[in-house]
Design a binder for this molecule. Sequence first.
Ligand code: MD3
Ligand code: FE
Length: 217
Amino acid sequence: MINDLFGGIEPQQTAQEKLAKGAVLLRGLALDKADDLLTAIRHVSSASPFRNMVTPAGHVMSVAMSNCGQAGWVTDRSGYRYDGTDPETGQPWPAMPDSFMAVATEAATKAGYLDFRPDACLINLYEPGARLSLHQDRNERDMANPIVSVSLGLPATFQFGGLKRSDPVQKYALLHGDVAVWGGPSRLCYHGVLTLKEGEHPAVGRMRLNLTFRGAL
Ligand code: MD3
Ligand code: FE
C-alpha cells in the first residue's frame, strides 16, 4: 500500500511556512537540537560574555550580544561593523560550534539555499523588557547569502516589514525551536522584535536567545 509505507508513522516533518518571497519559517526545526545549542551557547559566552553594546547614536542596546565564528557583529560610537576580534576580550571570537553550523546548513538547505556556509553567528540575549527596533541587516558583504535565525526560550513577537521603514509590518510569534531563513528578495526587509514579555521557559529560564547566522566576510 503506497500510502502506508511508514505504517502510519510519518517521518519527522516540520511545517514550512512561507513568510515572503525568499523567507521561510521552519517551525520547531531546532527543537530536538535545543539542548546541544544551549550547551554550545554557554561555551561561547564563557569565552566572549554577553554585553550590552552602544549604538553610534550613544544608546545602550537592551539586547545583550555575543558572537562566534571568524567575525562578529559589533557596534560602538564609531559605527556598526564585523570584526574578527572581540573588543571586550581583545581575543578572536570563539569558533563556531559544530552544532551551530549543522542547524544553519540544514535550515538553509531546506529553504533552497544549497551552499550557505556562515562565517559569523550573532547571539542575542533578551531579558523581559528588551527589544530590537525596526532595522535592516546591511553590514554583510554579499547579500546573496541568506540569514538563518534560531529562536530559543521565551516567545517573542517578531515584526517583518518591507524595503522601506515606513512599509506596513506583519507580526509573527517566534517560539522555542523555531528557525527562519531570510534571503533573496526578503534579505533587506526591515524587521524587529517587540518588547519581550515577562515569563519563565522550562529549559532556558527568564530569557530569549536568538542565533543569527551570516555570511559576513
Ligand atoms: C529578516 N535579530 O540580530 S531574527 C538581528 O530575534 C535580528 O534577535 C532578531 O534582527 C532576533 O539582526 C530577529 C530574524 C531575522 C534576522 C535577520 C533578518 C529576520 C530578518 C534579515 C532580513 C530580513
Ligand atoms: Fe536583524
